[in-house]
Structures are given as C-alpha cells and as structure tokens.
Design a protein around this ligand. Structure first.
Ligand code: ATP
Length: 354
C-alpha cells in the first residue's frame, strides 16, 4: 500500500483554490459531477471511449478525458496530469471494480476521498464479516460444510459482480447437483450463507470526521433480475421457474418505519466506531449497509459497501431524510464535495483523504 504520508505530501503541493473533483464516467458519476459543481468546484470526468456523449449531453463536466480502458488511469503520465490539475478522485463502485482494489492501494498516487485502508476490509469477505460482527450487527448464519445445509442457503462465489452467479440450495444434494453443473475447479472457494427471508433495505450513510457525525442521507431497495421478475409469475411458474439470479438492474426508493430508524442509525454508528479500531482513522464519507429486515423487525446485515452506492442516484435532488438534515438538495455526491469544502476551510484536507 502506498504510505499515507506520500499521498499527503502530494496533497500539500496542491493549489488549494484550484482543487478539482474528478471521477470515472459510470455508476454515480453524474451525481458526483453535479455535486462538485453545486459546491463550487471545477470537475473532470474520465470516460471510456464511446461513452462521452452521456456526459456531454448533461453538460455537467468542465473537462472530459477519454481513455480506451479505465486501467489507463493508473499510468504514470495520466496520474501526473491529474495531480497537475489538483485533482481529488472520488471512488465509486465501478471505479473500484474496473481498476481493482489492490491496484488502487498500490499504484494510485492521486489523492482519493476517504480512507484507502477500507478497500482491504471490504473486498475480503472474511474481514468484512469480522468488521460487521465486531460492530454487533446481526449477520446471516454461515455453513462451513455443504453436508450441514439444513435450510435455504445462498452460495456466494468471490468476485461475484452484483450478485451474478450465485446459486440457491436447500439441502446437501441440491447443492452438489447445482455445484457440479457449474464445472468449477475444486479450489474455487465459496461461502454458504443462510438465505434470509424478509424485506431488503439499503440505507445510505455519510460519516463526517469533521463533525464526528453519522448522517442517514437516503435509502433504497435494489431491483434484481430475475428474482424480482420471477415473483410476478410465481404461481404460474411454480416448480418450473429458472434459477433465481440477483443481478442489479435498477433501484427503488424506500423509507423505513420510523420506529426502525434508531436501529438503523445505531448500526451506522457501530460500523464507524469499529472501523476506527480496525483501520485507523476508520471509514470516512459515504457507506451503505445491505440489510434484510425480518418479521421480528430485526436487521440482518449481509454486506457493507464502503463508498457511494448506485442507489443514491435516486436522490440527486435530496431524499426524505436528507431534506430533514439540509435546507438544500443534498445528494450523497454533493455531500462528498461539501465535506471537501469544509475540510479546505479548516485546512484539514488530510482528515478526509487518508
Ligand atoms: P454488490 O457488490 O453489488 O453488493 P454482490 O455481488 O456482493 O453485490 P450481494 O450484495 O452479496 O452480491 O448479494 C446480491 C443480492 O443477493 C442482494 O442484493 C440480495 O438481494 C441477495 N442476498 C444476498 N445475500 C442474501 C442473504 N443472505 N439472504 C437473502 N438474500 C440475499
């Protein structure tokens, strides 16, 4: 991992009045660009050849840089041109996926909003579970051995992109049969996780180290194909339905019963407190805990995304929650730029870029 002091040294050389917010053109880029502009920053979008039109059409970017492949962003000359422009990069889900967490940690010198150390904790399923467990979140049960499967489980393979490739099994035989069909090598690892029945909530939080506050900015439910499609025809399909898949195709807005808000906030606060113990100074900025609420009104958390998530795109103009916190439309993208602006004002950019 690039030592933090090296990144801070680069940041010290920045012209503070010329700070430019940049991200790669995908995922939540439009929201990030708009948020930067609303907070008075210049901005840059890095686009893959052929996708420029989307960003030109909305007219939200001051500058557009085109690459053949997103990994090009790691090239020395490319990074140098970003550093020359006093760029702070905003990571998002696609940014991390396309460039790879390991390569970001070891090769990305351009200052990035947030704490890079989080990449390690979030991309490793075992570490992620340890983090959430220590934060006293309730987690789905896991089975070590397929022979022990005694209820519906989800078989999760590493590197599944947006739930792609997961299978479901209710007993050891069903597992063996479906697993065999996948033709995987014996070395292919997987996690057997209890399938939790309930309603899903994906709360979007923001932690500000400057105010030491966890804010609940918004919430969504992921719309997933083809599991959500199957449910519309469940009584016709009966036993002939295709294997459910969990590929995200969109996001639906949601608010939670108000009596559940204290627990939602507590979960966010616990995750932050534990992150400080595990990887100082801990998680900074946006994050999302992926949960299922059971009929006992208990939240079971199955994953954490330690950055801006795509569900926040619903709320470019603010959400029912952010409207209570802010007097102006506050998206997560804008909240990131607001934090950078505040940090600049307090001369403490190094507290939000670690
Ligand atoms: P991403 O990285 O985009 O969050 P992923 O590949 O890590 O996706 P998960 O988020 O773990 O995949 O799961 C994908 C979907 O599968 C979830 O949105 C949810 O609908 C469902 N899911 C995951 N785990 C469980 C579980 N234990 N019980 C019930 N449903 C689950």
């Amino acid at each position: 991992m690039i030592p933090r002091k090296e990144i801070h040294h680069i940041l010290e050389g920045y012209a503070k009045e010329e700070i430019t917010i940049a991200t790669i053109g995908s995922h939540t880029a439009l929201q990030i660009l708009k948020g930067a502009r609303d907070e008075g920053f210049k901005n840059i979008v890095i686009c893959k050849k052929g996708t420029e039109e989307v960003y030109q059409q909305f007219g939200l970017a001051d500058e557009l840089l085109t690459v053949e492949n997103f990994k090009q962003v790691l090239e020395k000359e490319f990074q140098e041109q970003l550093i020359e422009r006093n760029v702070i990069l905003i990571p998002h889900g696609s940014f991390v996926e396309y460039i790879s967490p390991v390569r970001i940690e070891n090769e990305m010198f351009v200052p990035m909003f947030g704490n890079r150390a989080v990449l390690d904790w979030e991309s490793d399923r075992k570490k992620e579970r340890e983090w959430l467990d220590r934060a006293e979140l309730r987690l789905p049960m896991e089975f070590k051995d397929p022979a022990d499967i005694d209820r519906l489980v989800m078989v999760k393979f590493p590197g599944a992109k947006g739930g792609k490739g997961y299978i479901l099994a209710s007993n050891p035989d069903e597992f063996e049969e479906k697993h065999k069909k996948l033709n995987l090598s014996d070395k292919e690892e997987f996690t057997l996780q209890e399938y939790v029945i309930g309603t899903r909530f994906y709360p979007h939080y923001f932690y500000s180290p400057l105010t030491d506050r966890v804010e609940l900015l918004s919430m969504d439910i992921r719309y997933e194909s083809n599991v959500d499609g199957i449910s519309r025809l469940s009584y016709i399909l009966q036993d002939s339905h295709p294997e459910p898949s969990f590929v995200v195709t969109g996001n639906l807005p949601v608010v939670v019963r108000e009596s559940l808000l204290p627990r939602i906030l507590e979960m966010g606060q616990n995750v932050i407190k534990t992150s400080r113990e595990l990887f100082s100074p801990g998680l900074i900025g946006p994050f999302c805990i992926e949960t299922i609420c059971t009929e006992n009104l208990e939240f079971i958390a199955f994953e954490i995304s330690a950055r801006i998530v795509a569900g926040t795109n619903l709320y470019i103009n603010g959400s029912p929650y952010s409207q209570l916190l802010y007097q102006e439309p506050m998206s997560t993208g804008r909240r990131i730029s607001r934090e950078i602006k505040e940090a600049l004002r307090e001369d403490s950019l190094d507290r939000v870029i670690c």
